[in-house]
Ligand binder design. Structure first.
Ligand code: 4NP
Length: 165
């Protein structure tokens, strides 16, 4: 068995964007028949919502669009930095926090590849953030879902090329 390609999606609270990103990415990988090649998880840069299920607005929007979002919020750890091949941040603040953690853990050249998720959104047009929908209205959740779907397809394409999938 080859080692799975491990991808950790990271946002602030791990109740809205990153659990959704993980669920959508898993679904896209399943549709393309490569899900078994991946270890997919999500985490928050904060522990504000540790132990909580995903936000009900995220799960409701996703369910309407055929995606089941599951999981229990947890904060990213140094072990994640050591174990995961890809750390995929939702916005610039998350990215900075992840980069600081990577530096603290000191994994050097063996460390994970760190990306912003929307680097893989073909319609990003220079805006590389998945905006935080937490304090916005329900429309924010549909918009976020759109960005996440496009980015998930783009990320899978990137990984298929890099890993010959
Ligand atoms: P997430 O959204 O980072 O996409 O999970 C948020 C959830 C909670 C908070 C902020 C963003 N909060 O401040 O509690």
């Amino acid at each position: 068995m080859t080692e799975p390609i491990s991808v950790l999606f990271v946002c602030l609270g791990n109740i809205c964007r990153s659990p959704l990103a993980a669920a959508v990415f898993r679904q896209v990988a399943t549709e393309e028949g490569v899900e078994s090649r991946f270890r997919i998880d999500s985490a928050g840069t904060s522990g504000y919502h540790n132990g909580e299920p995903p936000d009900s607005r995220t799960t409701a929007t996703a369910a309407r669009r055929g995606v089941e979002v599951t999981g229990t919020s947890r904060q990213i750890t140094g072990t994640d930095v050591e174990e995961f091949d890809y750390l995929v941040a939702m916005d610039a603040d998350n990215l900075r926090a992840v980069e600081r953690l990577v530096e603290r853990v000191g994994v050097g050249d063996d460390g994970p590849a760190v990306h912003l998720f929307r680097e893989f959104d073909p319609e990003a047009a220079g805006d590389l953030e998945v905006p935080d929908p937490y304090y916005g209205g329900p429309r924010g959740f549909d918009d976020v879902h759109d960005l996440v779907e496009r980015s998930a397809h783009g990320l899978l394409e990137h990984l298929r090329e890099r890993h010959d999938l």
